[in-house]
Design a protein around this ligand. Structure first.
Ligand code: MSP
Length: 644
């Protein structure tokens, strides 16, 4: 059977949940992986790049139910959204895995059985805090409230202790092997700061991990015990094995496994850096080389996520600019390990300054001069002079650094170095003023040399930009008269003066038009607006509306909640009983003003604990510029009267 050789390179992205449409955050991880994969291919490696979708589990089950679909119907729809986006972003993955594919399900069951037979998986009782409305066990580190209960961080309602039979993975047995492994492989987790985080987590007590559920139907059944389904993370992580051939094509599997890099966001580091290597140790597979936890793209300083409503749809940018400027911006703007705030201003600035000015102008100027002065073809040129030699040396210098940065996954630094060199070429042209030499026939050979040097520089620049901006780089490559696809040149074959003399270049078309920020923002706003409206117009049925118990409430007492600016605690008479409610209205109404007022309250909403006070209902108010304006009754209505 084939064995992994030094030349093979296996890279993965997380597999994305299909409960939500992809946004710029998901695009970011996939673009990083694509750029690394393309660079490795240019370097002559035999690369396997895997991405895919995570389709089981509670989140997907719930999202499907809300949409009136079965989970697989939802998954079938959403998987297309991911695949379409990857196509629009020019992602060249070698395979795409869906965890609902039978070969994956079978592979996971096989490993589960193997670990059970070995005693690394055993049956027990899980006891934990369970939230009824989000239907999940809270994480262990959710703190206890004063009354000795826990609150679900997702929906703010009270959780209850629930016991359920489940299968556990013996994670506790892997504490020492994991610590030994980290000590021997200090770059297993990158960046370094995250390695430290992982080590200190594992040094604390590692409890056995519950890896099955009886409350989730939408999952892979446990072999011979199908009322249990396998926990979505145990299922999902194994895609990295099944997606590269485990259990179906073992020679393909052995050729590529272990992965060279699992690229993930820092939110899922613990799963990849602690649980995953422990599962692999238990199943006796070699461990991956690196887990790289990149930072988050934030919008308005908060992580982009659907629940916060601050996600950016990449399609608007893609329709206006194409994929390369977005790929460039995301990779250039921040080092992979850090967070970045996405702003349209920052994006447009990069497009105008780096792409239109520095690179676009260099391409345009060089090729236009070759056309104007040499009809597109330089056939003869003068000897190399000092300035020309220096340009070549600068390239050799930059080339070394660019390769080191790419190999170290420091994509932003590779791009910085490429731009450093682009600006050296711009300066070379400015210093040598070919447009002046063109006026003097005796300088023709010198003119030829200068333009040849610039064109040769553009050729190597486009080569190194290819992993990040494949389409634009291929265009520059073709403008220069190269006929073969850029990808057929490898790093070892790349030389500064490989550009053939006498090669016919094409007239360049503008690659990156400058963009007016104001115009763009105006257009973006009008295109986002209808979407927002559409989101709000989700219809409910009359039966759904009828479920709400709306009544007239009378505020008997009101007082400010200590230590807060906006919260008021109220005692509200709802006809049948008195309820405590908490609302953020103190910035508009004083407690005295509220007392005696009648308003509409919803009384059958699950209680929520706010600042340690259980709020047993909610009052209705209009939200005007962040302030809550309450509609009070001006007629004399009895407390408890139904509102319809
Ligand atoms: N299904 C799991 C992963 C299983 S892998 C075996 C999952 N899926 S997810 O759809 O929630 O995707 C999470 C990943 O999306 C993050 O790890 C990160 O790669 C990417 N991102 C999602 N939001 C992001 C940002 N705002 N910024 C950067 N990346 C983000 O977790």
């Amino acid at each position: 059977m084939a064995k992994k050789s030094k030349n093979t390179f296996y890279i993965t992205t997380p597999i994305y949940y299909v409960n939500d449409v992809p946004h710029i955050g998901h695009a970011y991880t996939t673009i990083i992986a694509d750029a690394i994969s393309r660079f490795k291919k240019l370097s002559g490696n035999d690369v396997f790049f895997l991405t895919g979708t995570d389709e089981h589990g509670q989140k997907v089950e719930k999202a499907a139910k809300e949409k009136g679909l079965t989970p697989i119907e939802l998954a079938d729809q959403m998987v297309l959204r991911f695949k379409d986006l990857w196509k629009a972003l020019n992602i060249a993955n070698d395979s795409f895995i869906r965890t609902t594919q039978p070969f994956h399900e079978k592979g996971v069951q096989k490993i589960f059985q193997k670990l059970k037979d070995k005693g690394d998986i055993y049956k027990g009782i899980y006891k934990g805090w369970y939230c009824d409305s989000t239907e999940h066990f809270l994480a262990e580190d959710v703190p206890l409230e004063e009354g000795g209960f826990k609150i679900c961080p997702e929906c703010n309602t009270k959780a209850f202790i629930v016991s359920e039979e489940c299968y556990f993975f013996k994670l506790s047995a892997y504490q020492k092997p994991l610590l030994d492994f980290y000590a021997k492989n200090p770059t297993f987790v990158r960046p370094q700061s995250r390695m430290n985080e992982v080590v200190s987590f594992v040094k604390q007590e590692l409890k056995d991990l519950s890896i099955t559920r009886t409350t989730v139907e939408w999952g892979i059944p446990v072999p011979d015990d199908p009322k249990h389904t396998i926990y979505v993370w145990f299922d999902a992580l194994h895609n990295y094995l099944t997606g590269v051939g485990y259990d179906q094509d073992m020679s393909h599997f052995q050729k590529y496994w272990p992965a060279n890099i699992h690229l993930i966001g820092k939110d899922i580091l613990r799963f990849h850096a602690v649980f995953w290597p422990a599962f692999l140790m238990a199943a006796e597979f070699p461990l991956p080389q690196t887990v790289f936890g990149h930072g988050w793209w934030l919008k308005d300083e908060a992580k982009m996520s659907k629940s916060k409503g601050n996600v950016l749809d990449p399609h608007i940018i893609l329709e206006t600019f194409g994929e390369d400027p977005l790929r460039y911006f995301l990779l250039r703007e921040i080092p992979i390990g850090l967070d970045g705030n996405f702003s349209h201003e920052g994006f447009i600035h990069r497009v105008n300054s780096d792409l239109a000015n520095d690179l676009g102008n260099l391409v345009q100027r060089t090729l236009t001069m070759i056309h104007n002065y040499f009809s597109g073809k330089i056939e003869e040129m003068g000897d190399e002079e000092k300035a020309d030699k220096k340009l070549r040396e600068e390239f050799d210098n930059s080339k070394k650094k660019i390769i080191e940065f790419y190999d170290d996954y420091a994509l932003n630094r590779a791009l910085e170095e490429i731009w450093f060199f682009i600006n050296i070429v711009n300066k070379y042209l400015a210093d040598n003023e070919p447009w002046k030499l063109a006026k003097d026939e005796s300088q023709r050979k010198r003119l030829g040399r200068i333009l040849y040097q610039s064109a040769a520089a553009l050729r190597v620049i486009s080569f190194f930009l290819f992993p990040v901006m494949p389409e634009s780089s291929q265009k520059i490559w073709n403008f220069l008269g190269e006929e073969k696809p850029l990808e057929e040149t490898t790093l070892t074959g790349l030389k500064f003066d490989n550009l053939k003399l006498g090669q016919v270049s094409k007239k360049p078309k503008p690659l990156f038009p400058r963009v007016d920020l104001k115009e763009f923002l105006k257009e973006e706003e009008t295109r986002q607006a209808p979407q927002k409206k559409e989101e709000k117009m989700e219809m409910i049925t009359f039966d759904e509306f009828k479920k709400m118990d709306l009544r007239v409430g009378e505020i008997l007492k009101a007082e400010k909640v200590e230590g807060t600016d906006k919260l008021v605690k109220m005692e509200v008479d709802i006809g049948t009983e008195k309820r405590t409610m908490v609302a953020g209205v103190a910035d508009v109404y004083s407690p005295e003003e509220l007392e005696g007022k009648k308003l509409i309250v919803i009384v059958n909403l699950k209680p929520a604990v706010i600042r340690g006070i259980e709020s047993q209902g909610m009052l209705l108010a209009a939200e005007i510029e962040g302030k809550a304006i309450i509609p009070f009754f001006d007629a004399d209505v009895p407390a408890g009267a139904k509102v319809r």
